[in-house]
Design a protein around this ligand. Structure first.
Ligand code: ZN
Length: 179
């Protein structure tokens, strides 16, 4: 946890939060998004663009990954792609029908395609990506009525933390480039 951004509350207890009146679903989403942010922080440490994803199946986290494009020399190694493969392996089923995918950055077209292929019914993302997002801005791949699978999308969960992590990463990269 040493690389974990201190801005996140390490004392956060999701079990007690679920007992609070009001919006248990939203608190649940924040809890899992924190786990995705944790994954993203591992990416930044290994000099990868800090994007993290987790997949939750019936209240249990069955997959968690960060972007590994640099390490794997693989343009498809986005956090969501790796997490989807992990989750399908864990469930021994390519259909991730009772799963929710949490990702710190709005999915790109490739990942939106994989989300549709794996029939994930719900996606929760953190930061928006107006230039490349394929979910509810540039394209609406996950909710396109012409496709045979559609997905419920919730955006902006812990968006400030997710985008701060990305901004810090790129600022640091630029500073390194100037040395
Ligand atoms: Zn992607």
């Amino acid at each position: 946890m040493s690389n974990f951004n201190p801005e996140f509350d390490p004392e956060f207890d999701p079990e007690s939060s679920f007992q609070l009146p009001g919006s248990p679903l939203l608190l649940g989403d924040e809890h899992w998004m924190r786990r995705a942010l944790e994954m993203a922080s591992h990416a930044a440490v290994s000099d990868e663009v800090p994007v993290g994803a987790v997949i939750v199946h019936q209240g249990r986290m069955i997959a968690g990954a960060h972007n590994q494009r640099e390490m794997l020399h693989d343009p498809t190694a986005h956090a969501e792609m790796i997490a989807i493969t992990q989750a399908a392996g864990e469930l021994a089923d390519w259909r991730l029908e009772a799963c929710t995918l949490y990702v710190t950055l709005k999915p790109c077209p490739m990942c939106a395609g994989a989300i549709l292929q794996s029939r994930i019914p719900r996606v929760v993302y953190g930061a928006a990506d107006p230039k490349a997002g394929a979910v509810d801005s540039l394209y609406q791949l996950l909710t396109d009525s012409r496709l045979n699978h559609r997905c419920e999308v919730t955006g902006g969960v812990l968006a400030r933390q997710a985008s701060a992590m990305l901004t810090d990463f790129f600022r640091h990269k630029r500073a390194q480039g100037k040395k």
